[in-house]
Ligand binder design. Sequence first.
Ligand code: PBG
Length: 323
Amino acid sequence: MRLIHRPRRNRGSAAVRTLVAETIPDRKKLIMPHFLVEGEGVREEIPSMPGISRVSVDLLLGELESDLSLGIHSILLFGIPAHKDAVGSGAYDPRGIIQRGVREIKKRFPEILCITDVCLCEYTDHGHCGVVSEKGVQNDPSMDLIAKTALSHAEAGADIVAPSDMMDGRVEAIRRVLDDGGFSDLPIMSYAAKYASAFYGPFREAAGSAPRFGDRKSYQMDFRNAREALREVALDIEEGADIVMVKPALSYLDIISRVRDEVLLPLCAYNVSGEYSMVKLMGERGFANEQALVTEILTSIFRAGADMIISYHTRDVFRQELL
Ligand code: PBG
């Protein structure tokens, strides 16, 4: 049979496959999230996220030392405070869990890049990402508290602040308080296109941040929309974002790809808790090869156009050289 086109010729050996590979993922572009809790010597496994724990700062320092020797340089920090209230005071308390954690981490490991998640939902007793009135989650008062939180993270030594609340105008508000506070060089990574997603389920158990009433649909995006993501991203760029994010990743590869085509800024994708736990459970049950799933999923997120990925698989990727 005479066939001119035989695409299989370029797949004949591992060597040729590598030469023609279009996506060469780099594990140094992964960011490992951590959940910090108050106290000392605390390590609580998170049932909904096999392999991930909530840890106190002293124990995290030990983990970071071994992670650093593996080559993990970038982390994202979430705080789980001992006390929650209606206005999320713990989020902007100079002695709060994140502020204390960042100070200790940067003192011990200045070379670790500390990104802090800036939000109120872990700190409010109602679990919403902002201040609540009878009319719902209030945008402008929440934005001011979010900005105050970002500034307190900066003062503690954060390298990048990452607002995940989805209030309108918060990137500009953060940029202003950071500049006024002497942090004009500190980058903002904005969760620009963050969808209201069922894939956050395991995280909310981990962080105790599920809303007590209602849902997050009045501030996080509707997953039926793609053009709206471009608008959200454009607004955050106008407001001064330095890195934009699409979240979640796996059901949103089209969004990652479209944002990549439209914007010049670096693009981050968040491979969220539900995406992680799905893979872990399939692996545990023997339904698929966990390592192969991780490599395929992370590579596909890079292929879609992400420059960097936040992933709970990061430690496994470094330990087992999955990328
Ligand atoms: C806080 C926040 C959430 C996540 C990151 N920051 C939860 C939410 O919006 O409900 C989700 C992360 C994950 O699922 O891994 N606003």
